[in-house]
Design a protein around this ligand. Structure first.
Ligand SMILES: [Ca+2]
Ligand SMILES: [Ca+2]
Length: 786
């Protein structure tokens, strides 16, 4: 009886919900001349569905939801998908753009690169990426009242529908970001003085460099220099290489980028940097180079890529894939994106400007912010749920100005240049921030963030600028270049904005943040807040596996007053301090297995893994809630799969340098093959079960003079412990990768892979039989294949 009643009730409810519902369908095989109102007659484009909803007023006086079902497949954009107040839901019902059933619609801002040809005498290939490939031109019609959201960030170039973008700084091969061709180790300036051209007013125009330390570059204007200062990176364009005397040349830098970029710390004598994006530095598998003059792209394939002409190689093209773009007077409302994959968004602004020298997603000289690729502006009740945002040249999701009641839930962000998710505008002087521009009542929940800050080592996981009542709950964050959870409100002038504050970081799981340490970045943490956010709470979070270079895991920085940091847990920590107290913050009743600074009160220091009951409860409920746990089976987790596992080696130098030293979690201990090793030396590890491997890294032993552990090797995967058959997941040819050991071990070798097959055994093997491998730490990250 009860069952019958419930069934009847649910039928009634479903019936009610269906009464006013309208469904439209879009398919990559569809046609915009279709009616779009059945599975058999889908539209081709999402724009068409949007325009039909507008024209037929399907979203006016709604009595049910309007849902645009997107069939699986790839939708390649020619321009940003715009939505505004005309696309809003009404009467509390929403307009949904939703994946049909379990299909995977992919909204792609990139264009596939094809027609790869081998370059004679070289290990790499070349393909043409013309800006205009055909006579077809883009329709200028794009709505009659839409203004660019923030033109200073996006080039707003009009793309030929068949052409490539004039500039892109990423190339994705089978979903993996390739590395811009670079020097294998650092170069350094050879004089104290900057080159000072008396014809210009610029004080710093470039640097002197020993001619023998660089190649003879054919395309200097494609090149960038990249260096590090504490927690800031600096990536700035070169203009020209000018002969100077017999031994030196001048690297003339583009202005005003260089002048601004060196404003904080002027480059010192012997300042060290990498040279990026030069054909002459294209010398290791996985590197690529863009020749802007000739519209050619070069790539040196990895074994794992397979046939390059079969591989899916994408160059990002469209800048910002989706904008829900309201205005203060005409707000967009009740729009939802559900189950969609967004990928390959471009960001060309850094081409002429420097990138870095700020903090986190603050851009330029503390004057603006990194843009996102899925952007919401002046909108109410927008939901972004169950989406995948990957392979992006800036941030993933961005709430820009005036977004109220936004829900960002159950999304996976992976491989982004900036943060996975970023909220609010950046204002250095908070008193200049208009109250209506502040994002309020935002819920960011159950999202998985991985692999951020690619090409930008200041990139965070989830970032907040100006916001009020912003809840960041139950997110699962790992492998972010800089801080995992980051909030910063303005400079340090002490101004308290009445409409900024009440940030909540609760129940999040954060691990392996501050991965930028591998390049020598300093002063990062796992959870960080800076500036005036009155009434904020950092509570019941779990921080895991902080590395040796993290200063403060829970990091209340300047002016973060009226913030309570309580009931948080830090476990498996190797950071300098798990909890840190700075003036104006309260840090109390937390748990850690690592030390804390003075001023942290009522702290429980846990020994021998004996966690009190409350700490155990906090650890158990941090991270994804049960209904979102399925996301853990799509991306690598927090644990290094290799650590402490059974392992073997071809030979050991001695008992202190046995194979297990390569996976003991200790950066100082290392395995090394014996000098008498017969044949290629190797190290192998048993992961215990099959895993899809996504990220591999190797930290060499802390001896920068021994290069055998940094060159001529392969990482193989197999399901046979004897490796009778295997695949090569990663490889290094002849050039040792750079390794710095002055204060911290930095610049570990890191490789990402995308092979949809599980492997149990991994082996690092020398490809030069004479090479005696050594490994400080080997790590593998992946997920268990169902
Ligand atoms: Ca190189
Ligand atoms: Ca070790």
């Amino acid at each position: 009886m009860k069952y019958y009643f419930l069934t009847l009730l649910s039928l009634l409810l479903v019936g009610y919900a269906c009464a006013g519902d309208v469904n439209l369908y879009v398919s990559p095989d569809g046609d915009d001349a279709n009616s779009g109102n059945s599975l058999e007659k889908p539209f081709l484009t999402i724009e068409r569905a949007r325009d039909v909803i507008r024209a037929k007023k399907l979203n006016v006086k709604m009595s049910g939801d309007v849902t645009v079902y997107l069939r699986g497949g790839r939708y390649e954009l020619d321009d940003t998908l715009y939505f505004d107040d005309r696309d809003s839901g009404s009467n509390g019902h929403s307009v949904n753009y939703k994946a049909y059933k379990k299909e995977e619609p992919i909204i792609c801002g990139g264009r596939r690169v094809t027609g790869w040809k081998p370059v004679k005498g070289k290990p790499y290939f070349v393909a043409s990426v013309p800006e205009q490939a055909a006579v077809k031109t883009k329709s200028p019609v794009r709505g009659n009242r839409i203004l660019p959201l923030h033109p200073r960030f996006y080039s707003q170039q009009s793309l030929s529908s068949d052409g490539f973008a004039p500039y892109f700084a990423q190339l994705y091969v089978n979903g993996v970001r390739a590395e811009r061709a670079r020097t294998s180790d650092i170069r350094s300036s050879s004089r104290k003085e900057w080159w000072n051209n008396p014809e210009t007013k610029a004080f710093r125009d470039g640097i002197y460099i020993d001619k023998s330390t660089i190649e003879d570059y054919t395309n200097p204007e494609d090149i960038r220099l990249l260096w590090l200062e504490l927690f800031k990176t600096m990536d700035t364009p070169l203009e020209d290489v000018i002969p100077c005397d017999d031994d030196e040349v001048i690297l003339k830098m583009k202005q005003p980028a260089f002048l601004k970029g060196t404003a904080w710390h002027r480059i010192q004598p012997n300042t060290q940097f990498f040279i990026i994006n030069a054909l002459e530095e294209l010398d290791e598998p996985g590197e690529w180079y863009l020749d802007q003059k000739k519209d050619l792209v070069y790539y040196y394939p990895r074994t794992v890529d397979g046939d390059i002409n079969e591989a899916e190689v994408y160059a990002p093209r469209v800048e910002c894939l989706v904008k829900v773009d309201g205005t203060p007077m005409r707000r967009a409302r009740h729009i939802k994106f559900d189950g969609i994959t967004f990928q390959c968004g471009n960001w060309s602004d850094p081409k002429e400007h420097y990138l870095g020298l700020s903090q986190a997603e603050i851009y330029r000289t503390y004057t603006s912010e990194f843009p996102g690729q899925v952007v919401v502006n002046y909108a109410d009740h927008v939901t972004i749920a169950n989406c995948t945002i990957r392979n992006m040249g800036s941030c993933g999701i961005q709430l820009y100005e005036g977004c109220n009641n936004t829900l960002i839930e159950g999304n996976l962000t992976y491989d982004t240049t900036g943060a996975g998710i970023t909220i609010g505008r950046w204002w250095f002087h908070l008193f200049e921030c208009p109250p209506e521009s502040i994002c309020t009542n935002t819920m960011v929940r159950n999202n998985v963030v991985r692999n951020t800050g690619r090409d930008y080592w200041q990139g965070t996981g989830i970032n907040i600028f100006t916001a009020y009542e912003c809840k960041v709950h139950h997110n699962d964050i790992s492998d972010t270049a800089y801080t995992g959870l980051h909030a910063r409100a303005g400079g340090s002038d002490g101004f308290i904005h009445p409409r900024i504050g009440k940030i909540e970081y609760k129940y999040n799981k954060v691990s392996r943040a501050f991965a930028g340490h591998k390049w020598g970045i300093g002063d990062g943490g796992h959870i960080y807040m800076h500036g005036r956010y009155p009434g904020s709470l950092v509570m019941e979070n779990l921080s895991l596996y902080a590395n040796q270079n993290v200063n403060m895991e829970y990091y209340p920085d300047n002016d973060s007053y009226q913030v309570s940091w309580t009931k948080n847990v830090s476990r498996y920590s190797k950071s300098k301090y798990s909890f840190y107290k700075k003036a104006q913050s309260t840090v109390h009743h937390n748990y850690s297995d690592n030390r804390v600074t003075r001023g942290v009160s009522h702290h429980t220091l846990v020994k021998n893994d004996e966690w009190p009951e409350e700490a155990q409860k906090i650890m158990a409920s941090a991270g994804l809630q049960p209904e979102y746990k399925h996301l853990e089976r799509r991306v690598y987790g927090h644990k290094n799969l290799a650590e402490g596992r059974p392992c073997k080696s071809s030979s050991d130098l001695d008992g202190a340098h046995a194979a297990k030293a390569a996976i003991d979690g200790n950066w100082k201990s290392f395995w090394r093959a014996s000098d008498k090793n017969d044949g290629p030396s190797w190290f192998s590890v048993d992961l215990g079960s099959k895993h899809v491997i996504q990220r591999l890294s190797m930290l060499p032993r802390q001896d920068q003079y021994e290069v055998d552990g940094r060159r001529m090797l392969e990482i193989q995967a197999s399901n046979d412990p004897e490796f009778s058959a295997y695949v090569v997941l990663a490889e290094r040819k002849n050039l040792p990768w750079y390794h710095k050991t002055t204060s911290h071990p930095t610049n570990m070798w890191e490789q990402f892979v995308n092979v949809d097959k599980g492997y149990r055994y991994l082996r690092v093997i020398a490809t030069d039989p004479a090479g005696k491998l050594s490994i400080g730490e080997f790590s593998a990250f992946g997920y268990q294949k169902e």
